[in-house]
Design a protein around this ligand. Structure first.
Ligand SMILES: [Zn+2]
Length: 317
């Protein structure tokens, strides 16, 4: 297809310490004030579009307006109902929400268990706690994986250790540590299923958002790295999203790759399951492939991006 220009923003947690969504968990995100300032500025500088506008371009070739911008939100978090949805609705904007295809009685996705555990345990204690439960063969694989990721994450910042640990747990040892992380969750935080019910969007909240002009896309069932799991597992995750979306809105739908990971088979698997778009975490405003549409992380924008705008707004009186 011809190249098209589109700024796609990606958001996860939008919350302030102590609010209903952060709830003392220590899991931080973009502050509500910063999110609002970003939305205000984006809406002023861009033509804000909704998912059906992008779908019409991809399916029918109907062009987007100049300087188009789409807001997307990953993981189906409570923040999106409680904080984001009212902000968008008040401005007449639509968002595209990539929620997990989970049922309400299952626990947290592995990546989210880690989000809860890190503020409570510190990276070193979390590593040691997992290590205690591993077999000698698993420990050997742990060390090999750790050494490999250390060559990628070597900026010298404390963040390196977190990225290395997350990579080992989310990728190489994901199957083995799932139950260990659940056990640590029960011990240090509490009832995982109950926490999950207050962490993810409920069916009723999703229905209310859909009725209010929001759109939903796929984000897999268990949030694995698609470049790590095999093709059959990838197909199963995508199929679960398609089944889940059937109950929410008609396709074709969009899909956001968990962690931004994808394989050479991802595009054809998505197409075969009724998806028309794949969203990555690769920064780009110009796109030529429907299943590799880049996005910008709102949390990665410098504070000045909205702070400057706030000051300008004050000067304007
Ligand atoms: Zn995600």
């Amino acid at each position: 297809m011809p190249t098209f220009d589109l700024t796609v923003m990606m958001y996860h947690y939008v919350r302030d310490p102590g609010d209903l969504c952060e709830a003392g968990t220590g899991i931080r995100g973009l502050s509500v004030a910063q999110f609002e300032a970003q939305v205000e500025r984006l809406a002023r500088e861009h033509a804000m579009i909704a998912w059906p506008d992008l779908r019409d371009l991809l399916i029918d070739g109907k062009p987007l307006p100049a300087s188009a911008c789409l807001l997307t939100f990953d993981d189906g978090l409570l923040d999106h109902y409680h904080t984001v949805y009212p902000i968008l609705r008040a401005r007449g904007l639509s968002g595209l929400f990539f929620a997990l295809a989970r049922d309400e009685d299952t626990g947290l996705a592995l990546g989210h268990k880690i989000h809860f555990l890190l503020p409570v345990l510190t990276p070193q204690t979390l590593r040691d706690s997992v290590w205690n439960w591993l077999s000698p063969a698993q420990r050997e694989r742990f060390l090999l994986a750790e050494a490999r990721y250390r060559t990628y994450f070597n900026t010298g910042s404390p963040e390196d250790d977190i990225l290395v640990l997350k990579s080992v747990l989310q990728r190489d040892l994901a199957d083995e540590v799932e139950w260990i992380l659940s056990r640590l969750f029960e011990r240090h935080i509490g009832d995982e299923a109950a926490t999950a019910r207050g962490f993810y969007l409920s069916r009723d909240q999703i229905a209310a958002m859909a009725a209010g002009g929001m759109h939903f896309g796929g984000h897999s069932r268990s949030h694995p790295w698609f470049d790590w799991i095999g093709t059959a597992a990838q197909a199963e995750e995508i199929a679960a999203s398609a089944r889940w979306l059937l109950g929410i809105e008609p396709g074709p739908w969009a899909f956001a790759y968990p962690y931004g990971g994808f394989s050479t088979r991802s595009a054809e698997l998505l197409q075969a399951h009724g998806f028309a778009a794949g969203l990555t975490t690769h920064e780009a405003t110009s796109h030529s492939q429907p299943f590799f549409i880049g996005r910008y992380d709102g949390e990665a924008l410098p504070d000045t991006w909205s702070a400057v705008e706030n000051r300008r707004g004050q000067c304007d009186g």
